[in-house]
Design a binder for this molecule. Structure first.
Ligand code: GTP
Ligand code: MG
Length: 370
């Protein structure tokens, strides 16, 4: 990356070198006037000093990559909704996902064993719907903190025999701050203790108002155990998706987000990605977080090989140089050179940042002992 000495930066800012050293020290970076600091640190300290940082040369691989993304133009067409299921512990999130998966996905060539991948898509009479199997609210929040916007609709599962609980309220807040519409799935209505109207009343106090009360939130009563009402939920999702008018460019270089990843003994790094723009094809070169590679194979949620995947479709990718992080973005590029260059630059930046953080931590330790 591009580094700058503290003295040069001070000169550009018309400040004394010592003032920049002091500001850096406050940020936990120990540097003398003659030492170089990396681009990100320079930007941070510049802003810390009340100035605005403007990049002089934007001619590195990263901006070439950006140009690649912006280059993907063309007709926006309708894309399927991406749905995340949230709710309080034991209210039936996994049961609901499993029921939909079991009844809606025909198992592929993997011999009837549906691999558990973190996302899947189903076809309904009203269109395709993709579901994300996020392990919890924490994952949702951290993806959002990293700027990854992947969910279009949150399905909030509330058990009809238990009602609104702390994590129900938390999920409402998450959806609200992410500006993602909610659909309420009032679950476990097969139970004799089930009291759906109590749930609706409790939700009222959190300003989640059902359509029958004059509000705009769809609420569906169902049982993830018997399957009663599950089709109504799928209809409600399709209806909400129509209202949202979800669009994406369906052709051209793909980009999207990593949902989950792992290192497989036989297959190497495996990443489940959600395609958000374009078409991801077997044979494509891509950058994925600090990793890169050429797509060796693509698999759908049934374990069947596919040749390509378009917007809103989750797919497993083989062929990456290493295991990316959930929430990392991926971008398809024309050639391996650019993919490698961007990945290596990112890796170098990440390493520098770690060093800076480590230095900061050490300094905090020293100061704590003083
Ligand atoms: P966590 O992942 O632990 O937060 O729970 P969860 O929300 O995924 O709930 P899960 O699907 O594991 O269901 C919790 C329990 O409720 C299990 O014993 C399910 O069998 C049961 N359950 C889920 N849905 C229903 C339903 O519709 N009816 C009945 N009777 N039981 C259900
Ligand atoms: Mg669960």
């Amino acid at each position: 990356g591009d580094a700058i000495t503290v003295a040069d930066l001070a000169q550009k800012l018309a400040l004394k070198g010592g003032d920049v050293v002091k500001a850096l020290f406050k940020m936990g970076v120990m540097a003398t006037i003659t030492q170089s600091i990396d681009h990100d640190t320079a930007v941070l300290v510049t802003e810390e000093l009340g100035h605005t940082a403007v990049r002089e040369t934007a001619n590195d691989a990263e901006s070439e990559l950006l140009a690649h993304v912006e280059d993907v133009q063309g007709e926006q067409s309708q894309r399927p909704p991406v749905v995340t299921i949230m709710g309080h512990v034991d209210h039936g999130k996994t049961s609901l996902l499993d029921y939909i998966r079991r009844t809606r996905i025909a198992t592929g060539e993997a011999g009837g064993i549906t691999q558990h991948i973190g996302a899947y898509h189903v076809e309904t009479p009203k269109g395709v719907i993709s579901f994300l199997d996020t392990p919890g609210h924490a994952a949702f929040t951290s993806m959002r903190a990293r700027g990854a916007k992947i969910t279009d609709i949150v399905v909030l599962v509330v058990a009809a025999d238990d009602g609104v609980m702390p994590q129900t309220v938390e999920a409402i807040q998450h959806a609200r701050s992410a500006k993602v519409p909610l659909i309420v799935a009032i679950n476990k209505i097969d139970k004799s203790e089930a009291d759906p109207s109590r749930v609706k009343n409790e939700l009222l106090t959190h300003e989640v108002v059902s359509e029958e009360f004059g509000g705009d939130t769809q609420m569906v009563e169902l049982s993830a155990k018997t399957g009663l009402g599950v089709d109504d939920l799928l209809d409600a999702i399709s209806l909400q998706a129509e209202v949202l008018e979800l669009k994406a460019v369906a052709e051209g270089r793909a980009s999207g987000t990593v949902i989950e990843s792992s290192l497989d003994k036989g297959r190497g790094p495996v990443a489940t990605v959600l395609v958000q723009q374009g078409q991801l094809n077997k044979g494509d070169f891509l950058v994925c977080g600090v990793e890169y590679g050429r797509v060796r194979a693509l698999f759908d949620e049934t374990g069947s090989q596919v040749q390509s995947a378009g917007p809103s479709i989750p797919v497993q990718v083989l062929g990456l140089s290493g295991v990316p992080d959930a929430g990392d973005d991926f971008v398809v590029v024309d050639d391996e050179r650019l993919a490698k260059e961007v990945a290596q630059q990112r890796e170098a930046k990440r390493r520098e940042l770690r060093l800076v953080q480590a230095a900061g931590n050490r300094m905090e330790d020293i100061m704590a002992q003083m």
